[in-house]
Ligand binder design. Structure first.
Ligand SMILES: Nc1ncnc2c1ncn2[C@@H]1O[C@H](COP(=O)(O)OP(=O)(O)OP(=O)(O)O)[C@@H](O)[C@H]1O
Ligand SMILES: [Mg+2]
Length: 262
């Protein structure tokens, strides 16, 4: 189990709680004349996994960028535990409990694996109540299965190690909501199963998880609900089973993706 030994920093499992940890309300993002995200609304509760899928260029990553503050919203609200956050800076949103991983493996390349985790833990939510940075860093190092890589420089790591390091650094900030942008991209089936186990463990501890993913096997096994984006807008919302049976989703996304996205 994770979290319990991190000085009780991870909230107890809250599955079944209806109050969303994170909400988006009519989120829009324009890049010049390009409407990358159009009126997208969603909510995710503690202990829940919301999947986001859709064709390349649908606006999935841009939605994450707006949520985390990596880009500004054109309009709409993002609400974390009842608090509007669209005016906040990236590091403030992190301190309030929002963490993400990136589509491209993103690590502090010249630092060691453990140093990456020290750095992340120093930005964590409720730092004053927590364990020392070193204890937090070592806990997530172990959770991610990277103990044997602790002193390795992060830059040259392979994609599996980098993806797990990104996940561990996000968790070391002690988030309420975890946003994962294609956590399985570039991984083989065994590695995908391993990362799925990590995400489930995190969800079981009560984090709200939003996961963008094209690997349908993993996404449909993990997600409680799925939001399909197409041309920036919400195209479908439902359970994974409902999505797989939806003829419109098959036509615009799943059908064209046979083999590639399954
Ligand atoms: N910084 C930016 N400036 C201008 N246009 C952008 C920027 N970032 C994204 N876009 C455009 O916004 C649209 C949505 O891109 P986004 O990366 O959000 O798609 P995506 O759904 O994540 O796709 P993929 O599955 O390929 O990752 C695309 O047309 C993209 O070219
Ligand atoms: Mg993307």
């Amino acid at each position: 189990m994770i979290g319990a030994t991190v000085a009780g920093e991870v909230a107890p499992a809250g599955a079944g709680s209806s109050a969303p940890a994170l909400e988006g309300r009519a989120v829009c993002k324009n890049y010049g004349g390009l409407r990358a995200v159009i009126d997208v609304s969603f909510g995710v509760a503690p202990g829940e996994i919301l999947g986001i899928v859709g064709p390349n260029g649908a606006g999935k990553t841009t939605l994450f960028d707006v949520i985390t503050g990596h880009t500004s919203a054109t309009s709409g609200e993002v609400i974390l535990e009842g608090r509007p956050i669209v005016g906040e800076k990236v590091h403030t949103r992190c301190a309030l409990g929002l963490a993400r991983t990136f589509q491209q493996p993103t690590v502090a390349a010249s630092l060691s694996v453990l140093e990456n985790l020290y750095l992340a833990s120093s930005f964590r939510r409720r730092r004053e109540n927590g364990a020392q940075d070193v204890a937090v860093a070592e806990r997530w190092l172990e959770f991610a299965g990277l103990t044997h890589r602790a002193s390795a420089e992060a830059g040259p790591l392979g994609v599996f190690d980098k993806k797990r390091l990104m996940l561990a650094t996000a968790l070391a900030t002690n988030p309420i909501v975890l946003l994962l942008d294609e956590p399985f991209g570039g991984l083989n089936p065994q590695e995908i199963d391993s990362v799925m186990g990590l995400i489930r463990a995190v969800r079981d501890q009560g984090l709200a998880v939003v996961c963008i993913e094209h690997v349908m096997r993993a996404l449909t096994a993990l997600a409680d609900r799925v939001l399909v984006m197409h041309h920036g807008a919400t195209f479908f919302e439902g359970t994974p089973g409902e999505m797989l049976a939806d003829e419109r989703v098959i036509e615009v996304y799943l059908g064209s993706a046979h083999g590639g996205h399954t």
